[in-house]
Every structure is written in C-alpha cells, then in structure tokens.
Design a binder for this molecule. Sequence first.
Ligand SMILES: Nc1ncnc2c1ncn2[C@@H]1O[C@H](COP(=O)(O)OP(=O)(O)OP(=O)(O)O)[C@@H](O)[C@H]1O
Length: 949
Amino acid sequence: MTPTPRTDVFASLNAAQARAVRSNAATVAILAGPGSGKTHTLTSRVVYLVDTLGYQPQDVIVATFTVKAAREMTERMGKALGNGREKKIVLGTFHSVARRYLAAYGQRIGLNQKFGIADDGDSRAIIARICKRLQLTVDPPMARGWISKKKSKGTELSTPVDAKKAATVKGAQMQELETLYQEYQDHLERSNLLDYDDLLVKCVELLRKHPSCVANVQAVLIDEYQDTNGVQYELMKLFAQARHRITIVGDPDQSIYGWRSAEIRNLHRMLEEYPKTDQVALEENYRSSQSILDLSLTVIQQDTKRYKKVLRPIHNRGSRPVLRRLRTSAALSRHIEHALGKAGMAYKMVGGFKFYERMEIKVLLDYLRVIHQPENNDALGRIINVPKRGIGDVTVKALIEEAEKSSMSLYNLLDKHCRGDRIAKTKIMKVAEQKISGDLLRLIRNTRKRVEEISQGTPFGLVEMIEYVLTQLKFEQFITATYAEDHETRWANVQEFIGLAADFVKDLDKLGDDSLPEIDGLQQSKEMDVLPKFLSNVALASDVLKDGDAEQNKPLVTISTIHAAKGLEWPVVFVPSAYNGSIPHVRAEDLDEERRLLYVAMTRAKTLLYLSCPLYGSIHGSGGEKQELSPFLSPVAKFFARKGPCFDRPVMSEVARILQRTLPPDETIYKSIPPMTMTDDDLFPEDPEEVAREVRKAGNATEGFAYDDRRPKRPRLYGQASSMSGEEEQPWQKGYATTMDQASSFTVSKLPGFVSAGSAQAALAAAEKAAQQKKQTTQITKKSVSSRPTNQRSIMGFIKPTSGAGQPPTVTPTATLPVAPTTYRVPHLPNAATHVSKSAIDPTLTSHTRGAGRLSRPTQPKREPEEFKAKQYTCFSSSPTKPPVAEGDENEEPPEPTRPSGSLHATTMNMPKGLGGGFRRPAGLAREGGIAPMERLRKPFKPLTINRN
Ligand SMILES: Nc1ncnc2c1ncn2[C@@H]1O[C@H](COP(=O)(O)OP(=O)(O)OP(=O)(O)O)[C@@H](O)[C@H]1O
C-alpha cells in the first residue's frame, strides 16, 4: 500500500535534532536537558526509520516511561506516517511491551497463557499475609521493597551501594527475607500471577532462551532512559539482540526514580558496551523563558558531581520566577482543590490516588479478575464477603489456607464442595457452603459461560459483562447501604468505570490490536478476549489520556505530583511548600535526587513560575514550627522576585510570545475581571512577618487577635471564564505535536488518579437522583568513536563532571538576575505567529485599574477574634490562617492547625508505606472537618476529592 502524503519530518527539527534523527550509527544516545526536544527527536527518528529507511513498523520497538507518553508518540507518528502504520509499531511502557511478548510466547518458558497481573495492592496483601502466617519479624513494606529491588536490579549488575545495603540486613533477617521471597514467588505461581517486576524478569528469561521471538526487530528506541533500572537495561539489549540498533534519549539531571531502582549508571554501561555510540547533545531549550531556565539551572548546578551540559534558552527573558513567603502554604492537594472548586475552576488530579484503587472500583475489578481467572485466590478472597454474605475475615483466611492445604484453588475447592464433592470436610467449608453457594459461585460460573458463548454469537461484551455483574450483585443498593455518606460519588465512579470500559473497547479498534508481528516459523498464542486485555491495561496503566476531554480540549488546572509531571510542560507552574522537610522531604535518603526533583518541577514551566514557602508549618507535618526555605533554594533565593508580575500588557505580550500564541485583545483578557480590580500579585504581602509586626505596632495586637495576611475586600481576579479559554483566542498551531500539545487534557488518566468532568457530572446526577429517591422510598443498600561534527559538544560532558572551564555556567552568582549572553537568539520559530495587538487598552476597559507598581498597604482593620475566625478562607497553596503569635510569645507552642502539611512528590522513602512512606492522602470527604459531600455535590464545577493520595 502506498503511504499517504506525509509531513516533512525535518521541518520542525534544529540541526542537532536532525543529525540525531538521520544518524547512521547503530546506537545513538541523545542526552540533553529539559525542554530540548528529546521526545520530539525520538519520535521523529521513528518516523524517519519507517518512512525514509523503510523499516517495517512492526519491527520497531519503542519503550516509553508512561502510558501517556506512549499514546502521544503514537498520535504524532500517526500524523506523520499515515495509513495507520503507527499502530503496528510495538510501542508502550517496558511493562506493557514485556506483557505482550509474554502473552504471545510465554508458554515457551512454562507460563500459563492466562496469567494475570498482581498489582501493587495484591503484592502488598500477599506479602503481609505470608509474614503473618510464617510469623516473620520483617516489616512487610520493607520486605516488599527488598523483593522488588532484588528483581529489578537485573542479573548483570551488582553495585557497591547494594552490597553496602545488604550488609546492613543482618543474617537472621536476610534468612527471613529469602524465605518470604520464595513463598511469595510460589504463591504468585500457584495463582498464575506475575507482579510488575516479574513481567520484566520473565520477559528477560524468555528473550534469553528464545531470541527468535525478537528476530524481526530492526530498531529499539527508549525514552526517559535515565530512569531505566537494571532489568530494563537487560531487556533493552535483548529486544535489540538481532541487530543491536538502539536509540536512547534521556537527561541524568531528571533522574528521579532512584527510589524505584532506576540506575543512573546505565548510561555509562551503554557507552562502555556500545563504544561506537553516536552521541548527540541538544543544547537549546524550546520550552521555558530565559529567566525560568536560568534559575532552574542555579538549582541543579548546586550538585557539583553532576554531568554538566549546556542548555540555552531560545526564548526571551520573560517574567522573573517568583519565590513567595506566605504565612502558611499547605501542600495538601485538598486545599488547592478546594480553592479551585470555590473559584469555579475546573481541574484534574494526576499522580494521586489511583482511580481503580477506590474501593467500589477495586471490588468490581476483583469480580472481573475472578471471572477471568478463578484460581486467583487473593481476588476471590477479597470479594467473597462483598457484598456481605456473613463470612468474616477469619473464615476467609481459613478458607484460603484450606485451599492451599488441598493444593487447589479456592474457587475449585468451593465449587466442588458446593456441588457435593466434599474434599475438605471441615466446619469452615460447611459455613462457606451455606453462605456462598447461593450466589457467588453461580455468578462467576454463569458469567464465564456467557463469555464462552460469545463465540456462538451472543453479544456479551465487556460492558455487558460489567452491567450483568452489577445487576446480579445489586451493586447500587450495596453501595447505598454501605457508604451512606458518599454513595452518590461512589456510584458515579462505577458509572465512570463503565464508561472507561466502553472507551477501552472502542480504543481497541482505534489503536489497533496489540498483538506482535508474525515471525516465520514461530507460533504465537493469541489473546482473543477483551477482558484479559482490559485487566492488564488497568494493572499497567498509570496515566492515560482521556480522549473525551482531549477532544473537547477543556481548559483545566492540573494538580500533579512532581513525579507524574515528568516529561510534561505547562504555561504556568506553581510549586507550593518549598520548605526544608518537604523538598528535600524529611524522610528522603538521597538529597541529590530531591534536588533533581525540584529541578524537574521548575523546568516544567514555560512562562510563569511561582514557588512558595510557608513561614509556619503544621502541627502534624512540622510541629507548627517556623519553616526554613528549602536548602536548594536558599542560596539562590535572591534571584527570585518576591512577588509575581502585574499582568499588564508588556507582561502579557511576553507570555504570548513565549507561548507562541496570539495575544488576545484586552477585552478578552480582562473581561472577567471586575472594574477597579488590580492585576498585581498583591493578594498576599511580600513579607508577611513585617506586616504582622506593623499591625502589632499599630496597636492591633490584642489578645487573641488573629493575624490576617490578606488584603481586605479585594475582588477576585478569576471568574468563571478564563482569558486563556476565551473563544476569541486563536492558539498558535505547530506543524507537529509533542509531549505537551494537549497540556490541558492529556494528563487526565483514562483509568487511574483523575477526576473528570464526566465523573463530576455523573456524581451530580447521581446526587440528584438519590435525593429524589430519598423522598419516595426508605433506604436500601546510555566511550566513543565519535561521528559528531565539530560544532557538537561531546556527550561525555554528561559523564565527566567538569570544573567549569569550557563549560560556562549558565548563571552568574550575583544578586542580579543572570543575564543571558548577547549571543542568545530571540526566538525564530518557523511557525511562530506572535501578533501583538494594539498597545492601548480598549476604551471600554478604561474603568479597570491595573496596578503598575508597588501599592501602599491598606490599613488592617481591627478585627475581633470571632469575626476573623468566621472569615478564614483557603486559597491556592494556603492552609487556614493561624492565630498570631504575640510578641514575646514566639517560643510558645503555636496553636494546632486544622490540617497536616504534605508534599506532592514521592521520596526515596515513599515506597514502603509501612515505614511511614507513601504520599500523604488528603482526607476523604467524610473526614471530620471536611466538606460535607452533599454540599460539594450540589455545587456546579465542584470537583470530587474522595480518597485521593
Ligand atoms: N526544533 C524545535 N522547534 C520548535 N519547538 C520545539 C523543537 N523541538 C522541540 N520543541 C518544543 O519544545 C518543547 C519540549 O519538547 P520535548 O517535550 O520533546 O522536550 P524534552 O527534551 O523531551 O523535555 P523533558 O526532558 O523536560 O521532558 C515542546 O513544546 C516541543 O514542541
């Protein structure tokens, strides 16, 4: 078939990017800083390999770090390749590509083709149960981390760090860990389950023993290479074993997954193992303003051991990044969500609590898992009493033990027993028989039977199956009876789940079958059912594009963990809680990784960057004590502005220029701002302490006086309509799409961790319906021979820490903002359409006062404590205002705040939850002091925040 007309892949590439794309070397390493177009270059290389060199798309493997990156690449390649050729590329996360190989060829290494995936929750539960049963003294979360590290290290790498760590695990404890490891593996095997690490380990085993499975592979390309771990490195080599053609892109400065066994040394390994690697350095940053880039570099350059590299901004200086001292600034996403909800601004949550980890969704998924794989004892154990069937935890445990003793699956044991074949004649079995024979087994049996009948033409797809299960279980009644307070929201989640399943089925058609290409003489097992594909997608999806929202391109604020923000970009970025204890996190083991994390956060911003640090912490997070600015920021704090820019025309023009968008007329920009409203960043004082002192001096520090750092009675700057979303706006369109072209929508997870407008709508509808029902009824229930040209710097700059000679630091350590060399180019982008409209303010807007300088501070009105108390409010990055500390009383215990502080990033200690790790989870709706669910549900645009991490 003749490919359809394609776009010129080189049109959107600079010289270095183009060189990387057309490199003839077998191995190519593109290592560059943030925003330099690594992902864009990698994608373009795939297009070049297929379109120009004529590689068959199905002979190319592309491994990305997230599901979202995989989708975006597919989309971009689709536009460039045409004829749906992108669907044939074997593209996905390491885990999903490994799963595809195991599904197709796993039987060669003895895998049952119908293997399931044990997700994090499953692994945690299995380990905890073994620890309890064998009375092990090891901490289950620590043990789980140990097992995962042992698997993800790969077989080729053993490091001094690991040896040192192993020495700290004493003899007896090591013995326990080994026993636990063995038991855990045995259990997974019996249940025909593979955990995430196993997917990679087993795929390594398969490809070592059966290289023929990848005999067709012409090229392997890896995104975000700095975050690959040992076993992923081995897998990369094995994928490429036929022709050894590998292209990697990465940035050591953005290595933030050390806590998940990522090996920053994989880069050395690759350059040593493939000495002829063509190294390409990309030195231009297309994303951020010069000021943002310069300040981000001052942060990362504090790490003297890092690989230095050049990164030049192509954009103008832009507005100076802001570092705000606020009296309080709660990192808890809940406060931010609340403030956004209050302002009527739509938002989405990324990297938080996973959608499919919500109880009602988990239960449904477990039913589907048992239907697909009845031998999954864990899943069956979890649903045996949901909805309630009168079987307690002790009985469930005893039943699982009984099944393990009888060397059969719990399902088979119960099934045989209830059919009269009484293998185990225990009392437990009798109890189980009485309580479950009626519905559970029948439901599983009937559903499986219906699935088998599909081949005979019965329409019983995934959605029908879910609906059938819901009806049989009377699930809505069960939700209503069990979760009295937030049943509408939970039922709305169930509706959302059905919608996601429907989308998945549609996507299978749209994105194509993910089966592997046929290789001559090699037989593959084919996955015929949608259910196993859906289940593995759920288990492997960490963040997926929600097509609906992308299509509607809804403007949304994104609240995200820093880890989940990796690879993405936004016009404006806020980083709250930049204090010592939050970043670096108080429990962090690797300070350099924490610094890199802050660097990743800062370099996501295109035009405006705000960081904030609270003066005081919370009682739970930091004992209510005075907070110190993050040590990564304190040496460079003087370079930041103390408050944000005033959004006057010059600033807005600069923003438009950097974003390469047309600047809308004043009318559009300021239409939602009430007359006489200032666009200065004066909602909070520059120095909250100074204000407090002045207020006290003025005699307002009366007993019990609550200091308020808000300006009195200031109209809101945001309204229902955002200027960026104005209909008149005509966004600049590039001839290609990259990572962030759909910034406002693509981080919306298809399955986990998001709150979509659909869900909110469904919740509202459900709330309404429930309210009506209530009225009527009563309650129911990476050395090298370089081929690089002379004008390209060596990539070895990444490997050898330099002393600075020959590699001028980007930022000069003076108290003025680092000035860019005059050789910096003012952006010249082929498609840039920066039209700055007339400079005069539209006459109809003359009534708007936009502040141009420092404003005099209004006098703080004297307030009575009770009056203040009643007016406390939560704003973006703020927790409720605390009462003042009277002079002389600074050492006194501060009053207890109402909310604990938390951070929106994971640390080296976040993985083992039992060690106190894990993201702090904002309270659920039902938590005391929270927002009443019904009240939230009744408000339009009121987002849901239930059970989110
Ligand atoms: N040659 C180019 N001309 C214009 N814009 C470009 C070019 N190359 C990349 N960009 C733009 O720069 C931005 C960053 O690109 P990309 O996401 O590929 O960078 P990256 O190096 O992968 O970033 P990070 O490491 O931070 O994830 C994108 O908005 C992309 O459109």
